[in-house]
Structures are given as C-alpha cells and as structure tokens.
Design a protein around this ligand. Sequence first.
Ligand code: IMP
Ligand code: MG
Length: 174
Amino acid sequence: MMMEKIRLLYSEEQIDARIREMGAAVSGELHGEPVRIVCVLKGASFFACELAKRITVPVVMDFMYVSSYGNSTKSSGAILIVKDLESPVAGENVLIAEDIIDSGHTLHFLTAEMKRRGAARVMVCTLLSKPDRREVDVPVDHVGFVIPDVFVVGYGLDYAQKYRNLPYIGAVEF
Ligand code: IMP
Ligand code: MG
C-alpha cells in the first residue's frame, strides 16, 4: 500500500482557535435566534460538531450527504442528494457547514436548495477555501482558512477515504 507524505498546514490548536472565533461571530449574527446546522457529510462532520460547541444560540444538528458526479479530484457541477435532511427547513435559520470550497458547485447547489425550500436565512461557514479553483461564485459568511491550490486532508477531509481522523490539516505530497 502506498503511503503519501502529509505536510502540516494547520495544527489542532490553530484549528480550534479559529473555530472558536467563527462560533462567536455566528452567535453574534444570530441575535439569540435558533439555528439548524446543516453538516455536509462526510468531510464537514468534525468541523460542524466543533463549531456547534462554540455557538451560544440554540442549535439543531442535521446532516446531508451530497455527491457530485465525476471523478474524485474534479467536480462536474451536477449534484445528487444521497441523504437528505430530517425535516423541512422552511422558516428556519440554516447554517451550512462545509469542509472546503473548491469549485464551488456543492455549495452553490446547497445554498440554492435551502432557499428554494424556504429557509428564513441561509448562512455558510466553511473550514477551508481554495479560491484559485472557483468555477462558480458562492457567498460565504465565514471562512476558517484560505489555502492555495493544494490537496489537503485531516480534520474530516479525506484522500480516497483515508486520513479523515488526523486531528490536524495537512497537504498531501503525492
Ligand atoms: P466543490 O463542489 O468543488 O466546491 O467541492 C467541494 C468538495 O470537494 C469538498 O466538500 C470535498 O469533499 C472535496 N474536496 C475539494 N478539495 C479537497 C481537498 O483538498 N481535500 C479533500 N477533499 C477536497
Ligand atoms: Mg465534502
């Protein structure tokens, strides 16, 4: 089995500190109103749970699994809902928690879908963003870290389903 080299980008402490800041910002913007966190499986699960712990307004956790057609390193833009939310979001504050924005197709779809379903407000928080790779513009409320065009793993992010459990974020050196 081939093992890739992983170069440290953000330590567990750095990620934790950044998510605390994001949680405080989100809490302030919600003015005491409840929010449903829509965690985009599987990658955003670590981030969504950690962010939820730092939000001070009432939180409901929900999970959605979407998959984009095409191969693993290039998304085609067509999105399929594999696992949907537990209940309708009409009238609710929705916070989409994503691991990373690459082409932007996934978030573009999810944001439009939540609005189409009648969410009162749609907020977007992503742990990472690779702006150099953007194909569609998506409004994002909070970005944890802006990174260059490198392939990253850890803290929920995978390479062929591996490395999600690393407590830090690292770049894969192929
Ligand atoms: P987008 O639709 O192109 O923005 O795709 C975003 C999705 O692609 C993320 O939710 C990840 O699952 C995956 N992805 C993009 N870049 C990386 C990376 O560097 N490491 C791991 N997964 C990535
Ligand atoms: Mg993902």
